[in-house]
Write a protein that binds this ligand. Structure first.
Ligand SMILES: C[S@@+](CC[C@H](N)C(=O)[O-])C[C@H]1O[C@@H](n2cnc3c(N)ncnc32)[C@H](O)[C@@H]1O
Length: 226
């Protein structure tokens, strides 16, 4: 089966069951977004879903979820995880390149979640991808973007491939995951605003895990009403 994105993700999911539970920032975002939109069916896109750590939660909370990823072994875990959590409705899975959503998806969504996924690509592809996701989001739709900031251990030991992109990181949460892109919160907010998104709120969550720092950048945006 074809693999999209860095092939290391496919190998990773094939040997390890990783990513079963959603992080707090996604739960917080989803419950707020769902209340704000307040309609059914609620079409939800989980971008770079991996094994569906958040897909099942969003389905359980009433979303009609499409789980989108380039790793077949990750996608294979999505409905398995959902069944384990007694989610009745089947989650649609789409295999493809998450930096080129227009090539793989044709419908529009009320809610979209990029839970630490799009960042794992070169910066020009990251920025172009957010432009395509803007068109896939319904007016008044809500979009969560999670990535890592420059406080994260390891990025400065990697190989700089462009202004915001680094490859071959050897330490920390971004190690051995191919080319990743890091932005300051201000830079990312400015990129998203220039695409047309409205900033709803942002969070910086700094975790110290045994001395290794994880600097999580979380931005919730919406698409203005027509
Ligand atoms: C850090 S994992 C996050 C997975 C999931 N969102 C979670 O939090 O458990 C990044 C995911 O993005 C996917 N990904 C990254 N770049 C991709 C690309 N260009 N095309 C398809 N999938 C990609 C990987 O396959 C992987 O599943």
């Amino acid at each position: 089966m074809k693999v999209f994105g860095d092939h290391r993700w496919e190998k990773f999911f094939a040997v390890r069951s990783w990513g079963k539970y959603p992080p707090e920032e996604t739960i917080r975002f989803f419950m707020r977004a769902k209340n704000k939109i307040n309609r059914t069916p609620l079409h939800v896109l989980d971008i770079g879903c991996g094994m569906g750590a958040s897909s099942w939660m969003m389905a359980k909370e009433g979303g009609k979820v499409t789980a989108f990823d380039g790793a077949p072994s990750g996608l294979a875990g999505v409905n398995k995880n959902a069944r384990e959590f007694s989610v009745a409705e089947k989650i649609e899975t789409v295999l493809g390149d998450i930096t080129r959503p227009d090539a793989h998806l044709s419908q529009s969504y009320d809610i979209m979640v990029d839970q630490y996924s799009v960042y794992a690509n070169p910066e020009n592809m990251v920025i172009a991808a957010y432009g395509e996701y803007f068109h896939l989001l319904k007016p008044a739709g809500q979009f969560l973007i999670c990535g890592f900031g420059y406080g994260t251990t390891g990025w400065d030991g990697g190989r700089r491939v462009s202004e915001h992109s680094v490859a071959d990181i050897k330490e920390g949460v971004m190690r051995d995951t191919g080319t990743v892109s890091l932005f300051s919160l201000e830079q990312l907010k400015s990129i998203l605003s220039s695409i047309g998104f409205q900033i709803e709120y942002w969070e910086q969550i700094v975790e110290n895990r045994n001395g290794l720092c994880v600097d999580k950048h979380v931005i919730a945006v919406s698409k203005p009403h027509k």
